[in-house]
Write a protein that binds this ligand. Structure first.
Ligand code: FES
Length: 88
């Protein structure tokens, strides 16, 4: 059922999420503000557009690199690896 509490593993840490939400929404709800850095300048990036256009929200999900977290629905036990320095 949508909204049921589930658990993700974010950078090896158990992290609560709600069924039906995107990985980006779960990360934001867990307090993550930025979860990757730009190649040039090292500027912080996280969810910006929320609709799959900007590619700012990339992360490795279940060992698949460069997934747009705003387009991926959470699943119980999903492993999310945030590459680089995160801001919370
Ligand atoms: S927030 Fe823009 S592509 Fe995910």
């Amino acid at each position: 059922m949508s909204g049921d509490r589930i658990q993700l593993i974010v950078n090896q840490e158990p992290t609560p999420a709600r069924a039906g939400q995107s990985v980006a929404a779960a990360l934001l709800e867990a307090g993550y503000v930025a979860w990757r850095r730009t190649r040039h300048g090292g500027r912080p990036r996280g969810a910006f557009c929320g609709i799959g256009v900007c590619f700012d929200c990339l992360a490795t999900i279940d060992d698949v690199a460069a997934r747009r977290t705003c387009l991926v629905e959470v699943a119980e036990g999903m492993r999310v690896q945030l590459d680089g320095e995160v801001e919370r």
